[in-house]
Design a protein around this ligand. Structure first.
Ligand code: SF4
Length: 264
């Protein structure tokens, strides 16, 4: 069974997948930390959604911003304390970054809500679907025939159609999406098609640092690309094939395996 997280690692660097699977026998806390941080972000979005219900159309932007921020700071700090106690290596800089990103998100959302309420002449609770469509978070998808499994960050359901969404805290490209993000989304799309017996034509990447949603069309080439990557992942994880790679200094500098790689 291929986990979509292995596809992500392979797209970052095939050697990293090889080392993670066959060389590094230490428990991987990075993955657990990423999962906990994702859960925290989802909870924060839920809180913002709840707070939005209290907003009235005659409120000023600063007031809207204050209401959207209700309980957010304390929730982030308390949850961060709980994550720190799990000893997953959460750093203060990551918590501060998370708080900055959240308040940036709240600022943008407050402006959009104000503008939408003015144009539509409605209170916030009447337009909540515009900002928070019906969705499922952290949905586990699995297909035994494809031998593929993964946890989709978000599945939005609009007019009976399903849209996979992945939420990225990485820097976005200037245009479009990164190849690895598109391949990952395609993997969720095909699992979603099997799970709900539907067709997925488009999915979205949310680059949360700049609050930007970018569409990805699930065309034939992308699906073919995904199956090519899955074959390569299997070769590495199941057949222990040592990948032939060109080292990329920019990536290697930030990689936890640089000591292993450069030694060998
Ligand atoms: S150090 Fe570089 S080559 Fe080695 S696994 Fe990391 S990114 Fe890949």
């Amino acid at each position: 069974m291929i986990n979509i997280s292995s596809i992500k690692t392979h797209m970052y660097c095939p050697m990293k997948l090889y080392i993670q699977t066959h060389v590094d026998m230490n428990e991987n806390t990075d993955y657990q930390l990423a999962v906990e941080l994702k859960k925290l972000k989802i909870d924060v979005k839920d809180l913002i959604q709840k707070n939005m219900r209290k907003i009235k159309k005659d409120m000023k932007v600063c007031e809207i911003e204050r209401i959207l921020s209700d309980n957010i700071d304390s929730y982030i700090k308390n949850t961060a304390d709980a994550i720190i106690s799990m000893d997953l290596g959460l750093e203060t800089s990551q918590i501060n970054q998370l708080i900055d990103d959240t308040y940036f998100n709240i600022k943008i959302t407050a402006l959009k809500i104000k503008q939408s309420m003015t144009i539509l002449d409605k209170n916030a609770f009447e337009i909540i679907d515009m900002f928070f469509p019906n969705c499922m978070y952290s949905y586990l998808l699995k297909d035994s025939q494809l031998e593929l499994i993964g946890m989709c960050d978000k599945i939005e359901i609009i007019d009976g159609k399903y849209y996979p969404v992945t939420i990225k805290s990485s820097k976005p490209p200037v245009r479009g999406v990164w190849d690895q993000d598109a391949i990952e989304l395609a993997a969720y799309a095909i699992l979603l098609e099997e799970e709900f017996e539907t067709e997925v034509f488009v999915g979205f990447i949310d680059y949360e640092k700049i609050e930007d949603r970018r569409p990805v069309v699930m065309d034939v080439n992308l699906r073919k690309g995904l199956f090519d990557v899955m074959r390569e992942v299997k070769e590495i994880t199941e057949n222990k094939k040592l990948p032939n790679i060109k080292k990329n200094i920019r990536k290697c500098e930030n990689c936890e395996y640089k000591n292993i790689c450069f030694e060998e």
